[in-house]
Design a binder for this molecule. Structure first.
Ligand code: PLP
Length: 682
């Protein structure tokens, strides 16, 4: 069962809302502008939903328009206000100088302000209202600037942190000014009493899909007497304020949600939601010692938690939760390799580590207790899994002893860790400053002896020695190692049954060869990209491991480089369901490889291909160790990689294919897109 904890992004559609939408599509499908009976029925439905919305929002007067969602509502409100400001100016009135918006506002607000300000040629100054550490607007700042403002935009509750704005405080700060006021009510709908008419709010946009209605339906409240300019002109629907035939299935569904809100049957009250959140918060703190919450719970929606775990990136946590079939989101936009810090948390002045590693958990007000029970159980499992992987600095429990080669990549730069479980020794090659803490944590947790920290080039060698001394606690005596970290006076560094030797490269750079009883299985080549430069030091299948891998090759070999000279195919290595079925029929000896990290693998099931196949779990970070085994397979045996989204498995398939195994494939779209069980029986 999927545990969906990303309700602030969107929600599933409530059963009664689905039924209402279906009825509006199949039976009562009329156009509310038609004068015949079918149309009249549709109009009656629309009027009834609008009346309900007025009750729920506390807005007996003013306009309440149906439109496509909050982004359209925000555009309409901003256009209306700015058009009126332009008119006031050309009429000789005093012109305001500022357009203000809360620093943690949804992007739709500042972008709309800038867009319409430029398009209407107003050239007003667009300024962010600062927020405090608690995420709330700086009211003193607002009081000072509001007299010069034409429009002030503040959200009712924040989508990332759940922080609830002090609307009465804002209203007081605006008292006596002529500024128009827009309140983005998206995250408050169904969770907070808004009392629109009791406050001097001029515009308030809402979105159906944040509260169990479908996407594509929203509401805009416009106070009686507030300036209005239609965004869409046309057939004159919605009293000519918003043209275009109404989205009747969306309106019907929204009506069912509002009805559920009014009857109180489907939605939990604030105390129950608060108790749910408390349970989740306690479970998270137990599972991830050191975890901090990024917003004060007493000022936040009872359905939202935003947290960070020291030393654990939000990307890693999201992958971990996703593996346990729990959906949450980054408090920030995560690109494939690096999380962007959250601008919301930055605006609150939180430390960099918190802004870059935040995770948002949010649930809807229709959540049942059994769902929270299951969520808590999965959070416990996730904590256990991370603990066993030596990844949480607050946990020093011994994990399964690590063995072999692990690769870390930071924006194309590679760092390697070679470990030997039997002798409990390891060596690090080309440590990156971004990884020092994580490597230190890993070495401490494993309890291994760090035999050496080696550099292949001198770019940051001095810095590395310092870092290692301070962070890793390495006993590096001054003069005991050379500038690149090699221990003085020794010819080789031993790691169990393997040993490293040095090869000098031009300009003071060094490469390191790794030997075992049978030859040189790998070499850390540093910045030298020309594999042929190693022709005399290594054999045809030695994995040549670079200090940078911008094109995600993982490794080169002399054999693969020679073959590349005769041409390499760039065709996709992805298999869709039909191709996979055909491949399974032709090759029952297919090898299925899970390239997710161990903390993800522990939490989830293998895909069911419908027929028994050989399987192997090799995280992408440990791919290099497994490559020789796959390269030694008969050429016709397919190796099929899979992961969560298809990205990591595609990298693995390309790498193996480039090294010479023609039958290297990845599962297109990853587990996320595959039906479970896959049901691929021939
Ligand atoms: N405002 C807030 C606070 C939101 O959370 C969102 C959606 O993420 C929007 C506006 C935009 O809403 P819509 O998706 O309906 O355009």
């Amino acid at each position: 069962m999927e545990i969906y904890l990303d309700a602030n992004a969107t929600t599933p559609v409530l059963a009664q809302a689905r039924a209402a939408a279906m009825a509006a599509m199949a039976d009562d499908f009329g156009n509310p502008s038609s004068v015949h009976s079918t149309g009249l029925k549709a109009r009656a439905l629309m009027d009834a939903v609008r009346a309900r919305a007025r009750r729920v929002l506390g807005a007996p007067n003013g306009q309440l328009l149906f439109l496509s969602g909050a982004t359209e509502g925000i555009q309409t409100a901003v256009l209306s206000a700015l058009h009126a400001l332009r008119g006031a100016h050309s009429g000789g009135g005093t012109r305001p100088e500022l357009l203000l918006y809360g620093a943690t506002e949804h992007k739709a607000v500042p972008e709309a302000l800038k867009h319409w300000n430029a398009l209407l040629g107003l050239d007003l100054q667009v300024l962010a209202i600062p927020v405090g550490r608690d995420g709330r607007h700086d009211l003193a700042w607002l009081r000072e600037h509001a007299p010069r403002a034409g429009l002030v935009c503040t959200m009712a509750a924040n989508n990332e942190t759940g922080v609830i704005s002090d609307l009465d405080g804002i209203a007081a700060a605006l008292a006596g000014t002529t500024a128009l006021w827009m309140v983005d009510g998206v995250q408050a709908l169904g969770k907070l009493p808004l009392r629109l008419a009791d406050r001097r709010i001029d515009y308030a946009p809402f979105s159906g899909h944040k509260l169990y209605a479908p996407k594509g339906i929203g509401l805009l409240y416009v106070r009686e007497g507030a300036p209005f300019t239609p965004l869409l002109a046309g057939g004159g629907q919605e009293g000519s304020l918003r043209s275009g035939t109404e989205n009747m299935s969306g309106i019907a569904a929204l009506g069912a949600v509002l009805a559920a809100l009014e009857d109180g049957q489907s939605f939990r009250d604030a105390a129950t939601l608060e108790a749910y959140r408390q349970r989740l918060a306690e479970e998270l703190q137990r599972a991830f010692p050191g975890l901090v919450f990024n917003a004060p719970p007493e000022l936040s929606l009872p359905t939202t938690l935003n947290f960070s775990v020291p030393g654990v990136s939000s990307r890693l946590l999201l992958d971990l939760f996703d593996a346990a079939d729990m959906r949450m989101s980054g408090g920030s936009a995560c690109s494939a390799s690096k999380a962007q810090p959250s601008f919301v948390l930055e605006a609150m002045g939180l430390p960099e580590w918190q802004t870059a590693s935040a995770v948002r958990l949010s649930f809807g007000p229709a959540t049942e207790a059994a769902f929270i029970d299951e969520a808590c159980a999965r959070i416990r499992d996730c904590g256990e899994s991370l603990r066993d992987s030596c990844l949480n600095p607050a946990l020093q429990r011994q994990a399964a002893p690590a063995e072999g080669l692990t690769r870390f990549v930071v924006e194309g730069a590679c760092c390697y860790l070679l470990a030997d479980a039997a002798s409990a020794r390891c060596v690090i090659v080309d440590p990156l400053p971004e990884l020092v803490e994580r490597l230190a944590q890993w070495v401490r947790c494993q309890g291994y002896t760090l035999a050496a920290v080696l550099q292949t080039h001198g770019a940051s060698a001095a810095g590395v020695a310092e870092l290692c001394d301070a962070e890793l606690g390495l006993p590096i005596e001054p003069g005991a190692v050379d500038a690149l970290g090699w221990p003085q006076g020794v010819e080789q560094v031993t790691i169990g049954s393997r040993w490293l030797t040095r090869v000098s490269r031009p300009h003071g750079a060094v490469s390191y060869l790794v030997h075992d009883g049978s030859g040189v299985p790998m070499a850390f080549t540093g910045e030298t990209t020309d594999a042929m430069a190693f022709e005399h030091a290594v054999n045809a299948d030695t994995l040549l491991l670079p200090a940078r891998d911008d094109d995600e090759r993982f490794a080169r070999t002399l054999r693969s480089e020679r073959a590349a000279a005769t041409g390499v195919t760039k065709a996709s290595r992805e298999l869709g369901v039909d191709a996979l079925q055909a491949m399974l029929r032709a090759h029952p000896d297919l090898l299925l490889v899970d390239v997710r990290e161990p903390y993800e693998q522990r939490l989830s099931q293998w895909p069911d291909l419908g027929v028994p196949v050989k399987t192997q779990a090799v995280p992408l970070s440990g791919l290099l160790d497994a490559l020789p085994g796959w390269l030694a397979l008969p050429p016709e045996v397919p190796v099929l990689f899979f992961c969560r989204s298809g990205n990591r498995s595609a990298q693995a398939a390309r790498a193996l294919h480039r090294l010479g195994h023609a039958q290297a494939w990845s599962l297109a779209g990853g587990l996320a897109l595959w039906p479970r069980p896959l049901g691929l029986a021939a």
